[in-house]
Ligand binder design. Structure first.
Ligand code: NAP
Length: 247
């Protein structure tokens, strides 16, 4: 895969899918900025692992739900490297409850962490990428943003919002040479899904044509393709990585 840009910020890259995106993109020669909120040790260990493999990495801790912290982080990256070529809005949380028991605070917390943060990231990226008239952004939404899911009205609203928002950013970014796309993973083996009871996991697997949960690498390679020059004519698109669970 070929990349004309040189660096990438991946939010929520201390663990799970984000960490794998960092490994894969570093392997393709990009300098990766590893964001974390609380897992500082894991972020540092990932940086060391990437450097030991001959890649370039930096760690940048901030809470994506804090608008000013996100703005400051992008400023730090541009001051260091002269540009931000790529952004992956990956950080996300769940706070599952049946709707009748869900408070507005539970709803808003997830919207702020997943959707408002991605808005701030896309907006700031659009500003700095516009100066170079080059850039590409991938937002990590979810299958649940396409299908809905009982117990996740907050999470599904945040992820469905990301899909629509990305298409709007794509229309504003296109005249400036900046692409915005979404990846919607199905069930992927990470900390987020490791807590599911075996019975529930088996029920989900029965609905997945490929018969298993996905691996973080399978999401990461799709993200890499969307960022790369090879996807230069793709914008506003939503790519499902879900083993056929929703077609
Ligand atoms: P995970 O294993 O729970 O890891 C979440 C990552 O996000 C961690 O690195 C965490 O950092 C970071 N994070 C959370 N809130 C943050 C905040 N406010 N500011 C900065 N970083 C924050 O999750 P995952 O499974 O890799 O999921 C990654 C993305 O894929 C999420 O957007 C998720 O919704 C989406 N997704 C996952 C699945 C799945 O099955 N796993 C399916 C569909 C979509 P710290 O540890 O430092 O707090």
């Amino acid at each position: 895969m070929h990349f004309s840009g040189k660096n990438v910020l991946i939010t929520g890259a201390s663990r799970g899918i984000g960490a794998e995106i960092a490994r894969v993109l570093a392997g393709y020669g990009l300098k990766v900025w590893i964001n974390y909120r609380s897992s500082a040790e894991q972020a540092d260990a990932l940086k060391a692992e990437i450097e030991a493999a001959g890649g370039q990495a930096a760690v940048i801790g901030f809470d994506v739900a804090d608008e000013q912290a996100f703005i400051d982080a992008i400023k730090t990256i541009v001051e260091s490297d002269g540009e931000l070529s790529y952004l992956v809005n990956n950080a996300g949380i769940t706070k599952d409850k049946l709707a009748m028991r869900m408070s507005v605070a539970d709803f808003e917390e997830v919207i702020r962490a997943n959707l408002v943060s991605a808005f701030v990231g896309c907006r700031e990226a659009l500003k700095v990428m516009s100066k170079k008239r080059f850039g590409s952004v991938v937002n990590i939404a979810s299958i649940v943003g396409e299908t809905g899911n009982a117990g996740q009205v907050n999470y599904s609203a945040s992820k469905g919002g990301m899909i629509a928002m990305t298409k709007s950013f794509a229309q504003e970014g296109a005249p400036r040479g900046i692409r915005f796309n979404t990846v919607t993973p199905g069930f992927i083996a990470t900390d987020m899904t490791s807590g599911l009871k075996d019975q529930i996991k088996e029920a989900y697997i029965a609905k997945i044509p490929l018969g298993r949960f996905g691996e973080p690498k399978e999401v990461a390679e799709t993200v890499a393709f969307l960022l790369s020059d090879g996807a230069g004519y793709i914008t506003g698109e939503t790519i499902k990585v879900n083993g056929g669970m929703y077609m």
